[in-house]
Design a protein around this ligand. Sequence first.
Ligand code: NAD
Length: 370
Amino acid sequence: MNTRRDFLQLLAASAVTLPFIPLSGLAAKTKVVEEVYDGPVLRVALMGLGGYANRVAEAMKDCQKARLTGLISGTPAKLKDWQAKYGIDQKNCYNYQTYEQLKDNPDIDAVYVTTPNALHHDQVIGIARSGKHVICEKPMALNAKEGAEMVAACKKAGVKLLVGYRMHFEPKTLEVIRMRNSGEFGKIRFFQGNCGFNIGDPKQWRLNKQLAGGGAMMDIGIYALNGARYMVGEEPVWVTAQETKTQPERFKEGVDETIQFQLGFPGGAVASCLSTYAMNNLDRFFMTGDKGFVEMQPSTGYGPIKGRTHKGELTQPHFTHQTVQMEEMSEIILNGRTPVVPVDGEEGLKDLKIIDAIYLAARTGKKIYL
Ligand code: NAD
């Protein structure tokens, strides 16, 4: 189930509170209303027209509350292709030297940064200076120091900073969070998050410490970390971590191949997570409390997410993650909606502080208190 019609049904049924309503069985209860939405629309420019930008642009075709209106790229030929493909006005196209001129452009409300990790810091601060809201891909920055500077810059400029945590709007994930909040799992005792894939091309930026800031932990391990936080519903108080490297010729100094990390939560729950670039199709969450459990596999990929709890299969509908994310981010930016799980710069910064601690724990072998 992933058509524009299905998506419009869900939106029509959910009015303005998509993440807050019980989604189970929703589609069956809704009547088909392809109403023309006439509320505010978030006009978005994409910065860095690579693989993920492409996915976001395609997903936004199905959005009612967000629209692609601008492009930022260092490659003129790419700008030309994208302009033709998405009908973008020439006056809304910029390169990395000119994008701060966005401040004079009334057709763009927000910029979505989808460049390599190391560029996020300066670009987000530059966009904030131009007075536009920012959506930044994960990881928000290379470390907590950079992240804090980005949060401060956006605050000073009076613009919102959001991070592309698409799972925070995913219906099965939200159902699990609802079940946890209502006590259906009992006291949460244990979370396991395994996230990884076998990375290809050795020349890609993801394997370049300067551009990626690290290795698998920055790129895919962050899903296990962020997942541990939103599944358990608490902030960890300590971290331990161990790194293993079986292919040092592929994964150079500072680029982690595999890290196992453990988190301790104030309520007594522990998390055991695996982040890797050397095992395929690793995308699994398991959590148990003293009354029940949930397992999800896939748990953070593009979906459909699949899972079951002690009460049975999770049956909430699947919609393209990036479509729902952009609809919801439009509500957050334009209407001040508060999402169930935060997606703001502070949330991105929390992950970065823990990632710093994970790297420190792996390097020193010590238990790091947060
Ligand atoms: P990509 O390599 O496909 O695209 C990166 C883009 O940035 C390219 O268009 C490239 O030309 C441009 N770029 C600008 N300056 C560059 C430079 N100095 N070096 C290299 N490229 C430069 O990468 P991607 O997979 O689209 O990832 C981009 C960001 O999106 C990353 O932060 C990544 O973690 C994030 N991402 C998020 C998800 C998600 O599900 N939320 C999925 C994939 C990627």
